[in-house]
Design a protein around this ligand. Structure first.
Ligand SMILES: [Zn+2]
Length: 466
């Protein structure tokens, strides 16, 4: 049985054949760092951490690249709103994302490039496109000439003529469907020099340039949320292949976390920020909740489902603990064939978890018997090894990093608490800077409620617990 993945481009589940035996390159579109992450944002990190772990389980050496989009209309808008430099907003929120990824046990990517650090690579890519007749400069902008690329629309299954109706016709554009590779400088906005004048990159160009730099002209897997298929990935594909790259072998798209059927958005307030949700369930339980659904299924958020997931994880954890007390420290075992078969079938985590819960149930039965029959210790030991093997494949083993050693199942919590309070204090400072004192006070009050008191001193805020 080999690994099979659903490829958005071909709309079918097909065998995973890497470009190079034993190796896999993944590019995942990372955060646009305009605000701290809610659980909808962080689902992407959890889903692709599982993809990465399973590829490793199958023996692949993985290069995992997840970018940071640190320049964008939304970041410039947020910065203007709080009267702060764009880079201060981007840095603060990048840190909030990193803290959240770490909190949920997502391993740090092999490389995590920032868009603003790769302007020379973007200029080089634009030059290749201009030289090949696929891009042109107009009125300070640089556009991709969509009509020059006959397969435009193939990834998302859209017809170019249908798309035209929705596109804006701007001065200089040859065709309303042409999209900006580069946006000419506007007063007060950050700008970098190019042969076509100063300006800043379009989002699509950033990813094509960074993917090329770190993964080469062809790589195995490109991931992102389903909302990125069009226009973001359609445009990345057009840019990179028009420039002569073979680009991507498999396109993997994860579904959303929804609230009342809609993509989770800012309108929900702060209650679904990662920093808030981990006050209600432990980080490992939130990871279980976000990872338990198939990556291509939407998760309709509900507090009840979140708590059910936490309870399900605690049942697994309870078995690991009790079995460990009986049979002692044992190495992580092999995963059962049925678990592997589910994971190989397009990362079928729900089926894999069903196998895991069966083993836990059998294990609990054996534990009950073990109290009077020594022979069942062997069964308990075998099932414990199996269960831990399955948990490890999903990044959920309570006895392994980062969860080991902490009774709350959150790893060593001190650095986590420090990181979380620092993030909250940064958001409070930002609220004060924009004279939103109600929001600043609400953050202080919420911290007080969980036992963190804040004292403002001449050298900045100090915090203490209790
Ligand atoms: Zn991207």
């Amino acid at each position: 049985m080999s690994l099979r993945l659903y490829d958005t481009a071909t709309r079918e589940v097909r065998d995973f054949t890497p470009l190079e035996p034993g190796r896999a390159g993944i590019y995942l579109c990372g955060a646009t760092v305009q605000s701290p992450p809610h659980i909808g944002h962080i689902r992407s990190g959890v889903n692709f951490d599982i993809v990465w772990r399973w590829l490793e389980h199958r023996g692949y050496a993985v290069t995992f690249c997840r970018n940071v989009t640190d320049i964008d209309d939304k970041i410039i808008h947020a910065a203007a709103h709080e009267d702060a430099p764009w880079w201060a907003v981007a840095t603060r929120n990048e840190r909030a994302f990193r803290t959240a990824y770490e909190l949920l046990g997502c391993r740090p990517p092999t490389v995590e490039p920032r868009a603003t650090g790769h302007v020379p690579e973007m200029v080089a890519l634009m030059q290749r496109l201009v030289d090949a007749g696929h891009a042109y400069a107009a009125e300070g902008d640089v556009y991709f000439d969509v009509r020059s690329f006959p397969t435009y629309g193939a990834l998302s299954g859209r017809d170019l003529d249908d798309m035209l109706a929705s596109e804006k016709s701007l001065p200089g554009k040859r065709d309303p469907a042409d999209f900006a590779l580069w946006k000419g400088a506007k007063p007060g906005e950050p700008a970098w020099d190019t042969p076509w004048g100063p300006g800043r990159p379009g989002w699509h160009l950033e990813c094509s340039a960074m993917a090329h730099k770190y993964l080469g002209s062809a790589f195995d897997i490109h991931g992102g949320g389903v909302d990125l298929i069009f226009p973001h990935h359609e445009n990345e594909l057009a840019q990179s292949t028009a420039a002569g790259d073979r680009f991507v072998s498999y396109w993997l798209h994860h579904a959303w976390v929804t609230a009342s059927g809609e993509k989770m958005g800012k309108s929900l307030g702060n209650s679904l920020l990662v920093t808030e949700v981990v006050q209600r369930v432990r980080p490992v339980e939130l990871r279980y909740y976000l990872g338990a659904a198939h990556y291509r299924s939407h998760i309709e958020f509900s507090e009840a489902a979140l708590q059910e997931a936490a309870a399900a994880y605690r049942r697994i954890e309870g078995f690991v603990q009790r079995a460990g007390e009986l049979v002692g420290d044992l190495p992580v075992g092999q995963v059962p064939d049925a678990f592997a078969a589910s994971m190989d079938d397009d990362l079928g985590v729900p089926g894999a978890l069903a196998v895991l819960h069966n083993s836990v149930r059998d294990g609990n039965t054996a534990l009950a018997a073990a109290s009077h029959q020594a022979v069942d210790k062997e069964t308990v030991a075998r099932l414990l090894g199996e269960v831990r093997g399955m948990l490890a494949a999903l990044g959920l083993d309570p006895l392994s990093e980062p969860w080991a050693g902490d009774p709350r199942g959150g790893g060593d919590l001190r650095p986590v608490v420090e990181g979380l309070v620092a993030v909250a204090l940064e958001q409070r400072a930002a609220a004060r800077a924009r004279h939103d004192f109600a929001a600043a006070d609400a953050i202080r009050d919420e911290l007080a409620e969980i036992g963190v008191s804040i004292e403002d001193t001449s050298t900045g805020p100090r915090w203490s617990i209790g």
